[in-house]
Design a protein around this ligand. Structure first.
Ligand code: AMP
Length: 196
């Protein structure tokens, strides 16, 4: 079973490459950002709480986020048993530790972490472009800069966390969607088939 963490700064292409992976590998996709935005659209209590963090470019507190992820895994037990692509989670060391435990309880583990690497100027351009196309409330210049700062402080330490575990695989995230997807596919092809 493949459990893939797709990792990278905001704007690095996690969602786009996740879509490719779902199509090609039949994995269950969990995007914590999409889960939160769905709650915001529906105006749930969680959505209203999440909005206060998201629109400031801040992370949702770990405890809440870990509960949300556990809930999604529980609600989709069968689909998740085929393998999951985790998009936007974990974003902190505490979340990574919680994920390890959650998967261990289900008799599985993270197979690989794909780190999409894109330089800062291109990240900003992509985020602003997405904001223009989708109207996403956190895709403004001010919030994008805050999110990048949060990424550097709270999320990028996960690279070393996963490197130490031999799970981190960097992929150049530029040069077109197909080219990036091909680099990811080439990496996945090197993984032992029975690794779970
Ligand atoms: P994304 O769509 O992954 O870029 O997430 C958008 C926003 O949702 C982030 O800037 C955070 O405010 C929040 N968010 C998504 N995933 C997480 C997470 N794993 N931990 C904390 N906050 C998150």
């Amino acid at each position: 079973m493949l459990n893939i963490v797709i990792f990278g700064a905001p704007g690095s292409g996690k969602g786009t490459q996740s879509d490719r992976l779902i199509a090609n590998y039949g994995l269950f996709h969990i995007s914590t950002g999409d889960v939160l935005r769905d709650h915001m659209r529906r105006g749930t209590e969680l959505g209203n709480t999440a909005r206060q963090f998201i629109d400031r470019g801040q992370l949702i507190p770990d405890e809440l986020m870990i509960d949300i992820l556990a809930g999604v895994l529980d609600d989709n037990r069968e689909a998740a048993a085929r393998g999951v692509i985790f998009d936007g989670f974990p974003r902190t060391i505490a979340q990574a530790e919680a994920l390890e435990q959650m998967l261990a309880r289900r008799g599985t583990s993270v197979t690989t972490v794909i780190g999409l690497e894109v330089d800062e100027q291109e990240l900003i351009e992509r985020i602003l472009n997405r904001g223009r196309l989708t109207g996403r409330s956190d895709d403004t210049l001010e919030t994008a800069q805050k999110r990048l700062d949060v990424y550097h402080r709270q999320t990028s330490p996960l690279r070393d966390y996963y490197r130490e575990r031999g799970l981190y695989h960097a992929v150049q995230g530029t040069g077109g969607i197909d080219a990036v997807a091909a680099r990811i596919a080439a990496h996945l092809a090197t993984l032992p088939k029975d690794k779970s």
